[in-house]
Write a protein that binds this ligand. Sequence first.
Ligand SMILES: O=c1ccn([C@@H]2O[C@H](COP(=O)(O)O)[C@@H](O)[C@H]2O)c(=O)[nH]1
Length: 229
Amino acid sequence: MSSMLIIALDFPTAKQALEFIEPLSPNDCILKVGLQLYVASGPEFVKTLVAAGYKVFLDLKFHDIPNTVAGACQSAADLGVWMINVHASGGPVMLDAAANALSTYDKPPLLIAVTVLTSMNQIQLEATGVSGEPEHQVKRLAALTANHGLSGVVCSAQEAEMLRAEHKDEFLLITPGIRPTGSDQGDQQRIMTPEAAKAVGVNYIVVGRPITQAKQPLSVIQSINLSLK
Ligand SMILES: O=c1ccn([C@@H]2O[C@H](COP(=O)(O)O)[C@@H](O)[C@H]2O)c(=O)[nH]1
């Protein structure tokens, strides 16, 4: 069975990312390329990971007018990645444009939508004009995402139980803000351990710094994978 672990390759250069994955194999994890690494190393680097047999989550969180997002989704799909994402707060027309843009592909990537960033708490959310607890906004944006036919959402594992009760089993819950016991919270606000996230029904966990900044990343990966069995 393939791993539920998605490692966030938040490195400044392709060289550092490649050195990091050197001892890994595609059975160990899925790889996430986000803004920092993509801006530094671009589509060719993504293709390298795909060619090496990795499932790649291209985490660029598109949020723009529908026509622009549709084009960006097609360019991302052309890289052969496994998963891409948009911001659900881009709205219904943008979500439709993103989904329709992928409809001509034989093997399109999974398309998911970010609800409320896991770095946000209620105070930060209210500063953007959205009142109430983050979980209420997550619930609204997940419903919007499901109604527009996307494959799932990025949310915190803290919202997984609520979303599992409301959506079909196939609706994917991808959860960053994962912190193994004892690791630094950093800028994440809505966090959970890998074991607890599995227990509340998430499909994939995203882990970056607790692995990439560890003294012995391989042993952290092994222990997370063991805890998810
Ligand atoms: O709501 C979100 C959406 C995306 N992320 C991304 O996940 C990783 C988390 O990294 P850590 O080092 O484990 O905090 C990072 O690439 C974010 O861009 C997220 O954290 N929250």
